[in-house]
Design a protein around this ligand. Structure first.
Ligand code: NIG
Ligand code: FE
Length: 415
């Protein structure tokens, strides 16, 4: 199958070879080619260039030609932090929130993650899978071409394994690359009240071996003052090292309790949330940069600070952006909204946002050899925009979309 896109206003994020993680200060330099073409064969990017240097490929048989008519082409979004597998909405808590309760107050009343866990226990695996497939379908239509999904609403062995199997099924049935994260330690179930250490040991002894059999890519924990502590994060980092499952961890959402330092020490792949970073956290990250994933839809929905992306990038720390799609703190899987929020609220330029939501997101899932940039040999997962005057219009019209078509493995993704 051969596909050629011509008359592209600008082909964005063109790299001769996989650039790996883009450091903070480089994120503003977004390579692109004006008035360009892009060639795809068998789902892979095979060539690109300027229209004036058109090589002429009349010998290509069965070639599909798409006229971009002045639209931009850029890599699809790489959403590196989501909880896309969940049982049902928490719309009733949404109403509590409107009446003034905070995320933590709702959780303290037995709502929050425990509420999602109760619904998870009642849900059949095939229904979980069907609902998640529907969510992913909408995410792809909004330009997402690679995705990470966490367990963490099971809170017991059987239900965590059910979630993990559903994620593995999604990997097998969805057209985009998906990474599975075992979220070991999300909330403390009632049966372990007052026994957090025992719960963590229980997960390590009972859940982990069975999860390793099913297979997963990354490991995670919610390290936070009122949830799991730094010692539990250290336990996860030890497991990460033992089983070579890189850690992507929830830290510093509400308080800075030493999670950043433990993550640095334990070689985490990314630290996610990081809405609250002290001067010490920033200076430690500057000395030991790891990908920091901002989740601005969570900040918007739960009314907490935004990850200080500008301060991070100015210190040359790489930043990624993701949706955190989940029923409690960010019920939205649309990366376009995330990107607009990053521009509006996080002082990120459109160029920085593109890097954060493509290549750095891909690197935060160790998928950057496959997706994240327009590079020969990478998957032809790309977005074609409507004709635009400026690339920034993609984010400027917030809450709307200027995406015209999404291509996955070189094939136009249909509704
Ligand atoms: O990333 N912070 C922890 N976990 C999720 C929210 C989970 C929930 O409220 O259901 C998050 O925001
Ligand atoms: Fe999360």
């Amino acid at each position: 199958m051969r596909l050629l896109i011509k008359n592209i206003k600008a082909l964005i994020a063109t790299y001769d070879s996989n650039p790996g993680t883009i450091a903070g200060q480089k994120m503003s330099q977004l390579p692109s080619i004006n008035d360009a073409w892009l060639a795809v064969e068998d789902g892979v990017i095979v060539d690109y260039g300027e229209m004036k240097d058109w090589p002429g490929i009349s010998d290509w048989s069965q070639l599909t030609i798409v006229d971009a008519e002045g639209g931009y082409v850029l890599p699809t979004w790489c959403d590196s932090h989501t909880h896309t597998v969940f049982a049902k909405s928490r719309a009733l808590e949404f109403e509590d929130k409107i009446r003034g309760l905070s995320y933590e107050e709702i959780a303290a009343r037995g709502g929050g993650i425990l509420n999602s866990a109760a619904a998870m226990a009642d849900m059949r695996e095939e229904d979980l899978l069907r609902d998640a497939q529907g969510r992913i379908h909408r995410m792809i239509l909004n330009g997402t071409g690679a995705l990470e999904i966490k367990t963490g609403y099971g809170l017991d062995v059987a239900n965590e394994l059910k979630m993990l199997r559903a994620i593995q099924q999604l990997k097998a049935t969805c057209p985009i690359p998906i990474r599975a994260t075992l979220l070991m330690g999300h909330a403390l179930p009632a049966a372990f009240k007052g026994r957090m250490d025992d719960y963590m040991d229980h997960l390590e002894n009972e859940l982990l071996p069975k999860a390793l059999e099913i297979g997963f890519d990354f490991i995670d924990i919610f390290c936070e003052r009122d949830y799991f502590q730094v010692c539990h994060l250290e336990q996860i980092l030890k497991i990460s090292k033992q089983h070579q499952k890189p850690a992507k961890i929830h830290v510093n959402q509400f308080y800075s309790i030493g999670g950043v330092q433990a993550a640095i020490q334990g070689n985490a792949l990314s630290i996610d949330h990081a809405e609250v970073l002290t001067a010490q956290d920033l200076s430690d990250l500057e000395k030991n940069p790891i990908i920091v994933t901002g989740l601005p839809a969570c900040s918007l929905f739960t009314k907490i600070p935004y990850t200080p992306a500008r301060e991070l990038m100015d210190r040359n720390i790489p930043v990624a952006l993701a949706t955190d799609f989940n029923p409690g703190s960010a019920p939205n899987g649309n990366m376009n909204l995330v990107n607009s929020l990053a521009c509006i609220q996080m002082k990120m330029t459109p160029e920085e946002v593109v890097h954060a939501s493509t290549q750095n997101g891909a690197a935060a899932m160790q998928l950057d050899s496959e997706v994240g940039s327009i590079t020969i040999g990478k998957k032809a997962n790309f977005i074609l925009t409507e004709p635009l005057e400026y690339l920034s219009e993609l984010f400027y019209y917030f809450g709307e979309t200027r995406i015209k078509e999404v291509y996955i493995n070189g094939v136009k993704y249909e509704n």
